[in-house]
Design a protein around this ligand. Structure first.
Ligand code: GCU
Length: 682
């Protein structure tokens, strides 16, 4: 009945290579914890679990020391002086959540020390150390000095209080509100372990389309219970606040941020929350977007709303994450332009404890979007990246897509806002403009499915998000490599080919869904499967035809000066590049231009032929994924092998569905035959 999918990347598989196992055993003779905080206990438990699994040896819980090869772990204040003196340099390099792992000599005897300024830092170091063994890395001569580059690293759960999950594809919400606060599900603990292992330090428990009930006393008791589970793991809880909560649960007539009673209501609410949860992280708000209430209902702006809440939280050390995902039914020329115009003019006016949370692109979590023009454009406002881990527009949990490739693409793109090299990652980690409050949020793909994410391959996206929130400069290739080794196997014959298909999977989904900058052509409401023909929804910007604008002349959304002029929201270098059809990257072509069907692409094909070939390429790529996986049986347990195989087969079927549907639909405008090499739709 075992299900390895539950264990995520913390499998701690027995190391079958005897030489390696014995080497590790020689190098780790005794565990020597320093201090007895809950966090140090968690670190000790994890080491025991991991080492027992990987080395087949039970490590004692006491601190009796052997002469050499103690694994000493604890924070700076607990270190003996002859150790801390040796680490003075390293201590200067880390921040409060950073860690040091170092091989040192004590009276001529070799020891390994895992230390930090805080116990949480020690725990991060312990997970890193376990990862070294999980990935079969040498621990002979260690000097590892690491600190997270981003402060607030959160998951956003779009979970409702009835346990449905908005855009969730892996079962019900893991938060069992009915049985909280008294019943603590083992899942909460394993959730905390998994998150701590990748450095996630915050979780927003409820949906951005929020229910104000979460802020009432019975629910706050439940939230408190969760916060107590998470605290030793360094994870703070946050809540989404419904802006109209003072009306709905406070009995007030208004939620106007300038109203004295409203201000007082939020201040009292903050005090009530912090009384229960002293390290409560703060509030996330979706305001004046998709029908959610907000300050604009009272002729106020985002600054008014955000600052009012920020004032209520500030004395407790809480923050406000105010979302920039806004678009209104009143301005329908180009939805992509709205966030920038509602926020950028207010740069510098938000309080210090406000982060503006911006999606990676200006529309909505598409398989590919150009970076959001707000990045780099608000030098005086901390901007928090919002990535979607759940695959609303990318085949739900059925399609195996490795998202760190997408995240990396956005993070490494140059905004040119302070000259060449002003990449998005530098805005997010604060280095571009010396911002001190920094953050990255990931819309969670976690649910109550046994394997957490509905598809084992998609655990990599949770993992990869955490890694990039820790260090936005990491490469997706390294992330895939370590995830595969920890989750499945270190066998090169497995890691190499599977890494390759993972890294290709993101381009594959772009190819079979939205090549050349097409976007939002999924069937609407649910966003699953193709629906480029849909045109009957009440709001124009919900209809796919609004985005692809296919006609007899061509296809694509003209966002240049002759169109919506969304390009002017970018730095001149970037705007010029996008404006000119010759310099606009082909991957973004139809995002910015309405292009004739017989336009010549760089490879000499016409746009129509090139598009058809891309759709076919996407299908071929999935075929390769299926074939590659089919040869991996020797390396994976039967259950996970079959699960992934079944899902890949569905993905293949659906990639052909996408190709056929889109090509047949667009063909009525192009009026051209399919080029050689593209399979005829059946
Ligand atoms: C998308 C998604 C909604 C979600 C919204 C948001 O539009 O379809 O379900 O509420 O994003 O991010 O707020």
């Amino acid at each position: 009945f075992a299900n390895d999918g539950y264990k995520l990347w913390l499998q701690y598989n027995y190391i079958k290579n005897e030489t390696l196992r014995n080497t590790y055993k020689l190098q780790i003779k005794n565990l020597n914890p320093l201090g007895d905080s809950e966090t140090i206990k968690v670190a000790l438990n994890e080491l025991q679990l991991g080492l027992n699994g990987m080395l087949g040896e039970a490590y004692a819980t006491n601190s009796i020391t052997t002469k050499e090869y103690n694994l000493i772990f604890g924070s700076k204040t607990h270190l003996a002086q002859d150790i801390s003196i040796q680490l003075a340099n390293e201590f200067n390099q880390i921040n409060d959540e950073g860690f040091i792992i170092k091989s040192i000599f004590l009276k001529g005897k070799k020891q390994i020390v895992i230390t930090a300024k805080t116990d949480i830092g020690v725990l991060y170091g312990v997970y890193h150390f376990l990862k070294l063994l999980q990935t079969n890395t040498s621990i002979e001569k260690l000097t590892i000095v690491e600190s997270p580059k981003i402060k607030v690293r959160t998951l956003n759960h779009w979970d409702n209080l009835d346990r449905t999950v908005e855009r969730g594809y892996s079962g019900a919400s893991i938060w069992d509100w009915h049985r909280l606060p008294d019943y603590i599900d083992q899942r909460y603990i394993d959730y905390a372990r998994a998150n701590a292992s990748i450095g996630i330090n915050g979780t927003v428990l409820n949906n951005v389309n929020a229910n104000a009930l979460i802020l009432t006393p019975p629910y706050l008791e439940k939230v408190k219970a969760l916060s107590e589970v998470f605290r030793p793991y360094g994870i703070k809880v946050y809540l989404t606040a419904r802006f109209s909560a003072p009306i709905e649960i406070g009995g007030l007539k208004t939620a106007d941020p300038y109203d004295a009673d409203v201000i007082k209501w939020w201040q009292d609410k903050a005090a009530e929350i912090y009384n229960l949860i002293p390290d409560f992280g703060g509030l996330l708000v979706k305001a004046n977007s998709e029908g959610q209430p907000g300050p604009q209902n009272y002729d106020r702006n985002h600054v008014d709303g955000a600052n009012m809440l920020a004032s209520a939280l500030e004395s407790f050390g809480g923050i406000v994450m105010w979302r920039a995902f806004v678009y209104s039914e009143h301005d329908t020329t180009d939805r992509a332009k709205q966030a920038y115009s509602e926020f950028v003019p207010y740069d510098g006016q938000f309080k210090d404890n406000v982060l503006v949370q911006v999606k990676n692109g200006a529309i909505d979590f598409q398989p590919r979007e150009p970076f959001h023009p707000m990045f780099g454009a608000m030098p005086k406002t901390p901007l928090m990246m919002e990535f979607q881990i759940t695959q609303e527009y990318l085949g739900f949990s059925t399609h195996s897509i490795f998202l760190p490739k997408l995240y990396e693409e956005t993070l490494k793109t140059d905004t040119y806002r302070k000259g060449k090299g002003s990449i998005v990652a530098k805005d997010i980690d604060g280095s571009l403009n010396d911002k001190t409050l920094t953050g990255m949020a990931g819309v969670s793909n976690i649910g109550s499915d046994i394997n957490w994410t509905g598809n084992v391959m998609l655990q990599a996206n949770w993992y990869g998000f955490g890694r990039l929130a820790w260090n936005p400069y990491l490469s997706s290739e390294d992330i895939a490599d370590e995830w595969l080794r920890m989750t499945f196997s270190n066998e090169e014959n497995f890691v190499k080919p599977i890494k390759q298909i993972m890294l290709a999977s993101r381009e594959a989904v772009v190819n079979y869904m939205t090549p050349f900058g097409l976007h939002h052509i999924m069937d609407t409401g649910h966003h699953y499967g193709p629906g480029p023909w849909v045109s009957n929804l009440s709001r124009p910007e919900w209809n796919p035809v609004y985005y692809h604008k296919a006609d007899k002349q061509g296809i694509g959304f003209n966002r240049t000066a002759t169109g919506s002029h969304a390009t002017e929201q970018y730095a001149p270098e970037v705007a010029n590049m996008f404006n000119n059809i010759e310099t606009c990257p082909e991957k973004d072509l139809l995002w910015f231009h309405h292009v004739p069907w017989d336009y010549k692409l760089k490879d000499g094909n016409t746009l129509w032929d090139g598009m058809a070939l891309k759709y076919q390429e996407g299908v071929n790529q999935v075929e390769t994924m299926v074939k590659t996986w089919n040869t991996m049986k020797p390396y994976v347990d039967a259950q996970r092998f079959r699960e992934i195989q079944t899902l890949l087969n569905i993905q293949y079927k659906e990639a052909t569905w996408w190709r056929d549907a889109c090509l047949l639909y667009f063909q009525q405008f192009s009026e051209k035959p399919l080029p050689k090499g593209v399979e005829k739709p059946t």
